[in-house]
Design a binder for this molecule. Structure first.
Ligand code: 5AD
Ligand code: SF4
Length: 478
């Protein structure tokens, strides 16, 4: 039997992506042998925590698993291979992973051939890996954010081993192109344009777990989108921690605005979205491109974090309240009916009631269509974690509730401003509650439900917006 468990090394002349396909082929043989042993086809279930970047990474994991021949299942308890793609931006995401992992351990006791893999941002933290090694010995494979392209190769090793395989890289400059991807939607797709972050906002762990900023070559991005369009995609979401600094470190630097102009020219592509934009890097060139574009959606996510210039300085955001409001004004002058959304953190160390009032003031002045509000979470290793005057829980909770009330009041009014108009909606799916309805999104990203059926999925439909229900509309197709 020995020769069957041997992993053949790849020929030295191969590119990294060829190497990975080479290992996927070997993993395929191992899967077939395992299926013979257990007597049924092997299934997998990938669970994603966190942001759109992670969601896109999970599509890559699924692409590799399907290439190896695993079958997808939504039922985690029944899967032969469970993968958690984790997030660590706030502590509660970590706690959820540990909780669910405990439960998985009890299932694995009854089903020893079951495999469990953990990857994503949480794995880049040494204290997490230590804890897993100590208390969650039943996990088969642990890898990080920098070597996700090696999943096929690592899986090959894990399939042969009864020990925990751990492969975490501190950082990388490598970007491996052309690996398999299994897209969740046939008609829209995320597209990574850059990885990592160089901003080091003082509360944020992302630069430590996602590494330094690296942009993909424009040609690779354009080719990927052209291919997606050929496969039926009409909407892309360009992904990066800070898309406004795209291209600065390329051998032939180009700006994000220039990249957008090139993407705009791709025939058959109908909508372009992007996230996230850092206010400090949002250029007038970009505002102009947004104003003149026919494809860039009428929506901008512009994280505020705090409305207090003093706190923004402590957060290392490198803009002031006034800079932010001025930027919003310039954007609104160029694109008058744009939807603005944001992220806000409450309870950053040293935040006073006056600072908090400044945040409320910006929320009132800008009039966001929606806002994600977060309670500050202390992340080990970040500068803010070592700051004095962390805010007591009850004070933070009280501020959070007041912010949420204001945000809901304003965003309810703001998103209601389209009532009675007719808008183009890209249909995303049949409504989960009512099978006679379909659900889709307008250019401003707001959801609309209206009568229809599955044949409309992926199609654009003009819809009269009959009634705004807070965060979504009920409509009638016209
Ligand atoms: N605590 C709370 N919220 C955070 N975010 C990032 N780090 C933290 C933290 N330590 C929020 C920011 C960011 C969003 C993705 O998560 O608002 O924009
Ligand atoms: Fe975190 Fe700031 Fe980078 Fe966003 S820009 S990922 S908040 S460090």
């Amino acid at each position: 039997m020995e020769q069957f468990t041997y992993i053949q090394e790849s020929p030295a002349s191969m590119t990294e992506s060829e190497r990975q396909y080479f290992f996927m082929e070997q993993a395929k043989e191992k899967r077939l042998r395992k299926e013979e042993e257990v007597g049924h086809p092997l299934t997998f279930c990938v669970t994603t925590f966190g942001c759109q970047m992670n969601a896109r990474d999970s599509e890559k994991l699924e692409g590799i698993l399907e290439q190896i021949g695993y079958q997808k299942t939504e039922k985690e308890e029944e899967a032969d291979f469970v993968i958690y793609n984790t997030c660590t931006v706030r502590e509660n995401a970590n706690q959820r992973v540990y909780g669910r992992l405990g439960y998985l351990g009890s299932i694995k006791k009854k089903k020893p051939h079951m495999m469990i893999a953990l990857c994503g941002c949480m794995m880049q933290e040494p204290h997490v890996v230590e804890k897993l090694k100590k208390s969650y010995r039943f996990v088969n494979l642990i890898f990080g954010t920098h070597n996700i392209f090696k999943f096929g190769e690592l899986l090959c090793r894990a399939m042969d081993s009864d020990r925990m395989i751990i492969d975490i890289w501190k950082d990388t400059t490598q970007i491996v192109e052309n690996l398999p991807v299994d897209r969740k939607y046939s008609f829209k797709s995320g597209v990574n344009i850059m990885f990592g972050c160089n901003n080091f906002c003082s509360y944020c762990i992302v630069p430590y777990v996602r590494g330094r900023e690296r942009s993909r070559n424009p040609e690779d991005i354009l080719n990927e989108i052209r291919q997606l369009v050929q496969d039926g995609v009409v909407e892309v979401m360009l992904l990066g921690q800070n898309v406004n600094s795209y291209g600065k470190n390329l051998e032939h630097p180009i700006t994000f605005a220039q990249l957008l102009t090139q993407i705009e020219e791709i025939e058959g592509l109908k909508r372009i979205r992007f996230m996230t934009s850092h206010p400090k890097d949002l250029s007038d060139e970009l505002i102009q491109v947004m104003a003149s574009s026919k494809k860039i959606c009428n929506h901008l996510h512009l994280p505020l974090q705090s409305g207090s210039s003093r706190i923004l300085k402590e957060m290392n955001r490198r803009y002031t309240k006034e800079n932010y409001l001025d930027l919003v004004e310039r954007i609104r002058n160029a694109v008058p009916d744009i939807s603005l959304t944001t992220d806000i953190i409450v309870g950053f160390p040293g935040e006073t009631e006056e600072d908090f009032q400044e945040t409320l003031d910006v929320v009132r002045k800008v009039g966001y269509d929606s806002a994600f509000t977060f309670i500050y979470s202390k992340r080990t290793g970040t500068p803010a974690a070592a700051m004095d005057n962390q805010i007591p829980e009850d004070v933070v909770k009280d501020r959070f509730d007041r912010l949420l009330t204001l945000v809901q009041d304003i965003s309810g009014k703001m998103s209601g401003r389209w009532e009675g108009t007719t808008q183009e909606v890209l249909v995303e799916g049949v409504n989960e509650q009512d099978p006679h309805l379909v659900s889709g999104r307008m250019t401003n990203n707001v959801l609309v439900h209206f009568p229809g059926d599955a044949s409309m999925i992926g199609q654009f439909q003009k819809v009269h917006l009959d009634e705004c229900k807070g965060f979504y509309y009920m409509g009638t197709p016209v």
